[in-house]
Design a protein around this ligand. Structure first.
Ligand SMILES: NC(=O)c1ccc[n+]([C@@H]2O[C@H](COP(=O)([O-])OP(=O)(O)OC[C@H]3O[C@@H](n4cnc5c(N)ncnc54)[C@H](O)[C@@H]3O)[C@@H](O)[C@H]2O)c1
Length: 357
């Protein structure tokens, strides 16, 4: 039977801000408009109208204790503001700090401690959360594992939107499988972000018989996410680079893909520069240059609206472990990679009930 989709947010940063604003926009400001920027208007019985935010956790004292509607606009968040949000009746609770904040940023982020695992489980249970979304900063491996454990204990589906190894962890996916709880990850792939664009170009060259010589993608931006990446970018580089290399399997070429600068005055804009050098018949050169400019947090919110509803569908169907189709479609580092058009077909088949997961 269809119910609302109760969503818990772990890390009330810019991605949470765009997601909460986007859902609110179509529920309250433009309710009669067909939503722009989501792939599936309907996922099984679910539309964007069915999403409710019921719990939120953070470690920054500028956010803890505030209504989620206020916390999403609290510093250092700087996501593009589309709409004011009325109070949601959800108070941001203290999270479990562990490795959530880079040592170099502890003063800037003003972290305060802290809940225990049991506190988080209790909060998820009392909010009757169906889907928990992990929006922690890159580098927070231990904290992400702990929240995944809390989701299992509370009977929630878990979305790992950041690059920690959760859907690719050697043990954690089995725990979700045994608990009959859906898992999606790792590291959400933006709607039209640098990764999916780079993947599509590399895949196109590959299937057209072109030899790829080398490629780079450098990213700059002005969000707290970029600031964190200046200190902890290892997992992000890995998920982005592997995502691109997997699109030309059998070819070997150097790829340099990295966030390279935090530039505060860019705000929540992200700029990506890409170069792909290749050869056609007789080694004749082909060079592709791409410049992409997007509002980074908004670029994943639309995809997340789809992910939330697909995860609820998986929960309704008793799916346990990674939802492979969804992971391949919506994440940079899924357990099974596929080119975008194939991953989309898998997701459509899953929604229609023609594929188990
Ligand atoms: N488009 C995008 O912006 C995009 C795309 C793909 C992946 N991601 C990933 O999603 C994650 C979130 O991005 P963001 O821009 O919202 O980052 P952000 O830095 O704005 O937000 C992270 C939030 O997590 C909080 N936090 C830190 N440690 C915590 C803990 N232990 N428990 C609870 N909260 C904690 C911080 O205080 C902050 O509010 C990042 O890892 C990013 O790399 C973002």
């Amino acid at each position: 039977m269809k119910t609302n989709i109760n969503v818990a947010i772990i890390g009330v940063g810019n991605c949470a801000s765009a997601l909460v604003q986007g859902v609110y926009y179509y529920q309250k400001v433009a309710r009669d408009q067909r939503p722009v920027g989501i792939v599936f208007e309907r996922v099984g019985p679910y539309t964007i109208q069915d999403i409710r935010f019921v719990a939120a956790f953070d470690v920054d004292k500028r956010k803890i204790g505030k209504d989620l509607a206020e916390a999403i606009f609290s510093p250092p968040n700087n996501a593009y503001k589309v709409t004011e949000v009325e109070p949601l009746g959800v108070t941001v609770k203290p999270g479990i700090l562990l490795d959530g904040v880079a040592d170099q940023l502890k003063n800037t982020f003003i972290p305060v401690a802290e809940s225990t695992l049991e506190d988080v489980v209790r909060e998820l249970n009392s909010a009757n959360a169906h889907v928990a979304i992990n929006f922690l900063p890159t580098g927070a491996q231990r904290a992400s594992e702990t929240y995944a454990e809390a989701a299992i204990k509370a009977g929630c589906a878990f979305v790992n939107a950041m690059p920690a190894m959760i859907a690719n962890h050697p043990e954690i996916p089995k725990r979700f499988e045994e608990s009959k709880l859906p898992l999606a990850g790792d590291d959400i792939q933006n709607q039209v972000g640098a990764t999916v664009l780079h993947k599509a170009i590399i895949h196109l060259l590959h299937i057209r018989g072109v030899k790829i010589i080398d490629t780079y993608q450098i990213n700059i931006g002005g969000t707290p996410d970029f600031l964190n990446l200046m200190y902890r970018k290892e997992q992000k580089e890995k998920t982005k680079t592997e995502a691109v290399l997997k699109m030309a399997e059998g070819q070997e070429f150097p790829a340099y893909i990295a966030p390279v600068a935090y530039i505060p005055f860019l705000g929540s804009k992200k700029i990506a520069h890409m170069l792909i050098e290749a050869q056609g018949l007789a080694g004749v050169p082909i060079r592709i240059r791409v410049d992409l400019e997007v509002y980074d947090p908004w670029n994943n919110a639309g995809i997340m609206v789809d992910v939330i509803r697909i995860m609820k569908l998986a929960l309704d169907r008793g799916v346990g472990g990674p939802v492979y189709s969804l992971c391949a479609w919506a994440f940079k580092n899924p357990p099974i990679h596929a080119p975008p058009e194939i991953a989309r077909k898998w997701v459509e088949e899953f929604i229609e009930g023609k594929r188990d997961r």
